[in-house]
Design a protein around this ligand. Structure first.
Ligand SMILES: Cc1cc2nc3c(=O)[nH]c(=O)nc-3n(C[C@H](O)[C@H](O)[C@H](O)COP(=O)(O)O)c2cc1C
Length: 197
């Protein structure tokens, strides 16, 4: 079930490169897109970089509101992830947003009241850190995590636990063209003794 994640553990939610759903809200409009490119950049305070193409509607809302949220989709949400990553919410012909159009259920994050997507396995809210140079030169945006939650059947005590019995809660890792891998096999490294071959 959904549990708060300590902020000093928040970077671990994206450390292994999951595809994320980036959600934004500003002036009565809200939006959602998929992003495969995100990474932690600082433990304390917890900060994350996400590549958000400047041409996207997400980029407009994110920069106007100075905040954004991430939800980590699971295998049952692969089609949805591909869909919201393949159309823009800027000019939907029917005038609705992607949430209404695709029946995407959300609930509000606790600090910024940004939409978090139902049925995901982890969620983060972030305040944007304005970086004029990098935002001009690149599409990367930086955010400081202000709240994080995860389903404790797959992430608990600051660790992911990917097992066969919780496969429905595994994260998605984009291979391109709407194809995703899931972390179905975990390899535990052991600390080699110094000098051991
Ligand atoms: C699986 C997947 C991953 C994606 N990853 C990224 C990404 O990391 N950065 C990015 O800018 N766009 C990425 N995209 C493309 C955006 O999601 C896409 O441009 C989207 O339509 C933007 O929507 P918007 O204009 O409503 O914000 C990805 C698309 C898919 C399907």
């Amino acid at each position: 079930m959904r549990q708060a994640v300590a902020l000093h553990h928040a970077s671990r939610l994206v450390n292994h490169g999951p595809t994320v759903l980036v959600t934004t809200r500003h002036a009565g409009r809200r939006n959602i897109m998929a992003a495969a490119w995100s990474m932690p950049v600082e433990f304390t305070p917890p900060r994350i970089a996400v590549v958000v193409d400047k041409k996207t509607f997400t980029s407009d809302l994110l920069k106007a509101s100075d905040c954004f949220a991430l939800s980590l989709p699971v295998p049952a949400l692969a089609d949805l992830t591909y869909r919201v990553g393949s159309e823009s919410g800027r000019d939907l012909a029917d005038g609705r947003d992607k949430f209404a159009r695709h029946g995407i259920a959300t609930f509000d994050g606790p600090v910024l009241q940004l939409p978090w997507v139902d049925g995901c396995c982890a969620w983060l809210e972030l305040r944007r850190i304005a970086e004029p140079h990098s935002e001009t030169a690149y599409d990367t945006v930086f955010g400081e995590v202000v709240s994080a939650q995860a389903d404790d059947r797959v992430f608990a005590q600051g660790r992911w636990s990917f097992r066969d019995d919780n496969a429905a809660l595994h994260t998605l890792h984009h291979l391109g063209g709407g194809s995703f891998a899931v972390p179905s096999r975990v390899v535990q490294g052991r600390l080699l003794e110094a000098g051991a071959s």
